[in-house]
Ligand binder design. Structure first.
Ligand SMILES: O=P(O)(O)OC[C@H]1O[C@H](OP(=O)(O)OP(=O)(O)O)[C@H](O)[C@@H]1O
Ligand SMILES: NC(=O)CC[C@H](N)C(=O)O
Ligand code: SF4
Ligand SMILES: [Mg+2]
Length: 541
């Protein structure tokens, strides 16, 4: 995916915005201004939605010190999750011995850049650890807000890695401040860390009860978070009761020869460690096998003895779970398994459903590379129209901070794409994209295809119009910047110079998503579709 090619942008984006307006923004106003500034800048030249952070943890099993290269595994795991956040990354490891010291390295940029020196990984040597890739939603994109957060509690250090955004951050912030705890960043992840560090009102006569503290946190804030908490020799992995953000477990397998005899004796015999990740795609890169998903509201404990489910914290009412449907549409890597099904397959089904809902007479079906390709293939299969590539994507294009010249702006050139002219000249094209956000991508593409000889261009979007902001950890532009709030599908077709535009319906998307879910008959399995319908899974702060 070319999303992995994005440069880390937000901090520079803020600087750019300051420069553009000739102002200096105080970093103390960061929590609110970060999102606003980001969207202001984004509206100029950005496209798509922004990802949601990635967390990754690993514990070596058996006797410690381990031979397993835990720090390396976490680094590779984070590389596998790079598409979820490219602003900064960090790893915290521990030997898990009686000293319980943490080793930390964090930095701005891509995982590969931050951990490129071998001595950094050597310094991080440990038996367990957690890591994080960040795309900021609360708090500036700067080193102080990089995760994992580490704080000293009454009982020693804890490290926390967070994917999501707390819907009731303001009231939680008041609670922490009332306890006399000072916050040093605008990050809601620091807030979580400080809430966990608070000693419960009734005290803890037998030492810290971390599962109880986590359960308390989950009752105070229902969404949105998938969290890793490391304390001493243990990692706690949990998803919020609505299961808004993903998380799954993997077995780190032995690299040595696997004797079939051993395999029969015990299924755990070849396991060298346990891993936990935002997405299963990162398991393949570290020699781990997908084990299972962490359930909504579940707290899982990972130690050298294995994984153990501690409890499942229920949702407040009988409300269904609210896993982010856009993980299927765009965020997750297509080879990841979510709710028991491969993301690629769901995208294909969305394309098929779209072909049923919005058929059109055409000669070829094609994709806007890369995320839309499975949906385009699905559309082509269902419609019985050949799938042909019409665009070549420049995989090295990043966002430029230099405005194009007036001439180039007026031409509206499709900077990211080149036309595979011989594949489509004189033909009627159905061009499938997974989503339209600001509409910046599609306009230049239609112009490019038409000017290169396409007879007709019909746009089909494998998700419904995005009309509302997200408060659960995704940077969606303001309502004004979402093209679906400005133009109906027909007007959009006219504006883009296309022959037609049709979006997938919300029902169609939900149908395509639910079809492959294990236990799909269970009423409680639901999805967040708030950015499409405006109906949020919980009351917002
Ligand atoms: O309407 P817009 O605001 O222009 O955004 C929509 C586009 O952004 C995303 O693609 P992206 O450029 O992130 O690349 P990818 O498809 O290769 O992941 C998405 O897949 C759409 O193509
Ligand atoms: N995208 C995310 O999940 C961000 C996590 C957290 N809210 C932060 O800004 O650091
Ligand atoms: S509002 Fe949209 S992007 Fe945000 S969690 Fe819900 S489905 Fe996902
Ligand atoms: Mg795209």
């Amino acid at each position: 995916m070319t999303r992995t090619m994005r440069p880390f942008i937000s901090f520079r984006r803020v600087q750019y915005f300051e420069w553009k307006l000739g102002i200096k923004v105080q970093s103390s106003s960061s929590e609110i201004s970060n999102r606003e500034m980001a969207s202001k800048f984004d509206s100029d030249q950005d496209s798509g939605l922004h990802e949601a952070c990635g967390v990754f943890g690993c514990v070596a099993t058996g006797e410690w010190p381990t031979q397993l290269d835990v720090a390396n595994i976490i680094q590779l795991g984070l590389v596998g999750l790079q598409h979820r956040g490219q602003e900064s990354a960090g790893i915290v490891t521990s030997q898990g011995d009686s000293k319980y010291q943490f080793r930390t390295h964090k930095g701005m940029g891509y995982v590969g850049q931050i951990f490129q020196d071998e001595h950094i990984i050597r310094k991080l040597k440990g038996n367990l650890g957690i890591g994080h890739n960040r795309y900021s939603t609360a708090g500036n994109s700067e080193l102080t807000n990089c995760q994992p957060f580490v704080v000293e509690t009454l009982h020693g250090l804890i490290a926390v890695a967070h994917n999501g955004e707390l819907v009731n951050a303001n009231s939680l912030k008041q609670k922490v401040l009332k306890h006399g705890v000072g916050l040093s960043t605008g990050s809601d992840s620091e807030l979580i860390t400080q809430l966990l560090a608070l000693t419960p009102p009734d005290g803890e006569p037998n030492g810290p009860d971390w599962p109880a503290r986590i359960q308390q946190l989950m009752k105070e804030t229902y969404t949105a978070y998938s969290l890793l908490v490391m304390y001493k020799d243990t990692i706690y992995a949990l998803r919020d009761p609505y299961g808004n953000r993903p998380m799954c477990l993997g077995k780190v397998m032995s690299a040595g020869p696997i004797s079939s005899e051993n395999k029969h004796n015990s299924e755990d015999v070849d396991i060298e460690g346990w891993a936990v990740s935002s997405e299963s795609c990162s398991f393949q890169a570290i020699g781990a096998e997908y084990y299972r998903e962490v359930l909504p509201g579940e707290i899982v404990q990972l130690t050298r003895h294995g994984v153990k489910s501690i409890c499942i914290v229920p949702r407040p009412t009988e409300s269904p779970s609210a896993f982010c449907i856009f993980e299927y549409v765009y965020f997750a890597r297509p080879d990841s398994i979510l709710e028991g099904q491969m993301v690629y397959t769901v995208r294909q089904r969305c394309g098929k459903q779209l072909a049923l809902e919005a058929p059109v007479e055409a000669d070829i079906v094609s994709t806007v590379p890369e995320s839309a390709t499975p949906a385009a293939l699905g559309f082509a299969q269902q419609a019985g129209i050949p799938y042909v590539e019409v665009l070549c994507k420049n995989r090295y294009i990043g966002r430029t901070f230099i405005q194009p010249t007036k001439r180039l702006r007026q031409l509206g050139v499709a900077k990211k794409f080149g036309a595979l002219t011989e594949n489509f000249k004189g033909k009627r094209i159905v061009i499938v994209d997974d989503s339209i956000v600001r509409g910046n991508t599609m306009g230049p593409i239609v112009r490019l295809l038409k000017s290169a000889g396409a007879k007709e261009v019909h746009i089909r979007i494998a998700s419904p119009p995005i009309k509302h902001p997200c408060y659960m950890g995704i940077n969606i532009p303001t309502k004004d910047e979402l093209i679906a709030n400005k133009l109906s599908a027909d007007k959009l077709a006219h504006y883009l110079g296309a022959n037609s535009v049709v979006y997938l319906t919300v029902d169609g998307l939900e149908k395509a998503t639910k079809q492959g879910i294990e236990k799909k008959s269970e009423k409680k399995v639901g999805h967040c579709v708030a950015c499409l319908t405006g109906e949020y899974p919980v009351k917002l702060d």
